[in-house]
Design a protein around this ligand. Structure first.
Ligand SMILES: CC(C)(COP(=O)(O)OP(=O)(O)OC[C@H]1O[C@@H](n2cnc3c(N)ncnc32)[C@H](O)[C@@H]1OP(=O)(O)O)[C@@H](O)C(=O)NCCC(=O)NCCS
Length: 139
């Protein structure tokens, strides 16, 4: 099931984060999103397997972060979380879901393309060590 994140879930979210990114977000970033209705986790068999954070900016839903625990990747959980974002965006009147991904991170770009996103453009120097690919999906 997909449900909102509470304070007691934070350690599990941070564990997923640390296993997923070379420069993980610090705990305070996640703490600052507690209470955001767009901060949800995917739970199955009492295990937290993934999370996503989205924010509404004007009429756009922006994906701030998404990760699935390496043990549970390629099982459809990321797609489930994107589907949840789309429904959440529709309920809140958003017409587009947007995100940025590292240009070097081809495999994650494949994931977004598979989920119906298009490339909007390249953002040079967006990350300290890489360009960003801006992607969007109409919802
Ligand atoms: C991106 C991420 C969330 C995808 O989650 P997931 O649960 O593994 O994704 P799904 O199982 O729903 O994948 C759906 C489809 O996307 C594509 N895809 C997913 N991961 C892929 C990969 N590593 N390489 C190529 N294609 C991939 C495949 O077509 C896949 O379908 P298939 O498994 O039937 O071939 C996960 O890989 C992750 O947490 N990565 C590390 C964190 C990260 O980089 N987040 C994004 C920051 S912008």
């Amino acid at each position: 099931m997909i449900r909102n994140v509470s304070r007691s879930d934070l350690s599990k979210i941070i564990d997923i984060e640390n296993q997923s990114f070379s420069t993980p977000w610090p705990r305070f970033m996640f703490r600052s999103h507690l209470g955001n209705p767009g901060f949800v986790l995917y739970e199955q068999d009492d295990a937290v397997k993934g999370y996503v954070i989205v924010d509404i900016i004007d009429s756009r839903l922006h994906l701030m972060s998404i990760a699935v625990h390496p043990k549970y990747q390629r099982c459809g959980i990321g797609t489930n979380l994107i589907d949840w974002c789309i429904e959440f965006g529709k309920i809140h009147g958003a017409s587009m879901l947007t995100l940025e991904v590292r240009e070097k991170n081809r495999s994650v770009q494949m994931f977004y393309l598979k989920n119906g996103f298009d490339v909007q453009g390249i953002m040079p120097g967006y990350y300290i060590d890489d360009n960003a690919v801006a992607m969007y999906k109409e919802i």
